[in-house]
Design a protein around this ligand. Structure first.
Ligand code: FEO
Length: 406
């Protein structure tokens, strides 16, 4: 079947040839309500290179975009910057169809791809700092080469960057990306606020556990004096205007710089825990500190992760259901635990009918995260005025604490 998709020119000899997935709403636990793109890029030097492939099921779209520029059989090299299946899912099919001279990945990339595809692919490893010459100096566009930089655990052990110094062009795989579908291919075509919100959500849900490594990477980019006119990630828009803005945000997010902001995270069975949450939020607001009231019947765990990234405090509430935490709370706290949040202050609350174990479990989880607990409020059945005043006091205590410490 011939498909009519076209490549998008980024520079004279570099094209975006990826795929747009407008319908994906769930990405390993992350709600992607704006869809995503799987970005692949084609470099047409003397050697033709495909940087990354796309998720299985989107191969025809990618091949069609490639065919709008060159005959795909002219691809000499495929570089796999990241082995996760959204970028390597159709790699075996592409290799079969294109028969490239070589396929490259980092040393760990070879290991991971061999594990995924049961050693059926022939992949050559590249060294950190290694170079792949694409064009000689007498080529029409001048010399062209790819330099490889390992970015281990950003966010997989195999991840690496590929850099074209002659074009000041970085293929950054997942780093600096976002889940945002659409036909706009460049950051300057998208409202700044949308870029900030989606880049923050992506960082919180994908890169937050590796903040120290992100800081080292940013330092490495600066120390190496890497000039960057264009940064092309594996998801979302290509940065050709605002890369420095997102780089500055990465500095801030990777440090988990806390602000005068509280997240009140909870769910409610019959409205009692909700009443308590509202009283706590009002108490916080009375101190002038910003507060986000996030009930899990409305908000998704990945939105919570985004909000909590810079919050100086977390107040978490759960009813007791069958002697346990409410399931949505257990879900979100498990997810947050994996994000390796920097310790901060917290509070706990909730209502119960007869046994009331949820508060004990919340306290244990907060302690396991290293959070300092500034107070606990629990009530049997429906909170009365006294309990709601205690909630209000807890909110004010936490708000005042942030005012005095941040
Ligand atoms: Fe876009 Fe880590 O995969």
């Amino acid at each position: 079947m011939t498909t009519p998709f076209k490549a998008v020119k980024v520079l004279d000899d570099i094209y975006w040839v990826g795929a747009i997935d407008s319908n994906i709403t769930e990405f390993h636990g992350y709600r992607t309500q704006r869809g995503t793109t799987y970005n692949a890029y084609l470099i047409t030097g003397e050697k033709v290179v495909l940087i990354d492939t796309v998720k299985s099921g989107f191969k025809d779209e990618m091949m069609s975009r490639i065919a709008s520029v060159i005959d795909p059989s002219r691809i000499d090299y495929v570089v796999c910057n990241h082995a996760e299946m959204d970028h390597s899912g159709c790699l075996p099919d592409v290799i079969r169809e294109v028969a490239p001279e070589k396929v490259f990945a980092s040393k760990m990339g070879v290991t991971v791809l061999n594990a995924h595809f049961h050693n059926k692919l022939d992949i050559e490893s590249v060294e950190d700092g290694g170079e792949l010459v694409l064009s000689g100096p007498s080529a029409p566009g001048g010399a062209l080469s790819l330099n490889f930089m390992e970015t281990r655990f950003l966010h997989w052990p195999d991840s690496m960057f590929s850099y074209l110094p002659q074009r000041k062009f970085l293929f950054s795989q997942d780093a600096f990306g976002m889940h945002l579908a659409g036909t706009e291919r460049f950051d300057d075509q998208i409202p700044t606020r949308t870029l900030e919100v989606e880049a923050a959500k992506y960082f919180a849900n994908i890169l937050l556990p590796f903040g120290n490594l992100v800081q080292k990477l940013l330092e490495k980019i600066d120390t190496a004096g890497m000039e960057l006119d264009i940064v092309a990630p594996a998801h979302g828009p290509v940065w050709r205007r605002g890369f420095n803005d997102v780089k500055n945000m990465y500095h801030q997010w990777s440090n988990q710089k806390l602000s005068k902001k509280v997240v009140v995270l909870y769910d409610s069975m019959w409205g009692s825990t909700n009443l308590m949450a509202s009283a706590i939020c009002d108490g916080i607001a009375c101190t002038g500190v910003s507060v986000k009231q996030l009930c899990l019947s409305t908000f998704h765990r990945s939105d919570v992760a985004t909000e909590i990234m810079d919050a100086g405090a977390l107040v978490v509430g759960s009813p007791t259901l069958n002697n346990q935490l409410y399931p949505t709370i257990a879900d979100s706290l498990t997810y947050l635990k994996g994000l390796k949040l920097k310790p901060r202050v917290c509070g706990t609350f909730g209502s119960f009918g007869w046994s009331g174990e949820s508060i004990k479990y919340l306290d244990e989880i907060m302690a396991s995260l290293g959070f300092e607990n500034l107070g606990q409020v629990k009530t049997k059945y429906v909170p009365d005025e006294k309990v709601l005043n205690e909630c209000h006091d807890l909110g004010r205590r936490i708000g005042n604490h942030l005012t005095n410490t941040i």
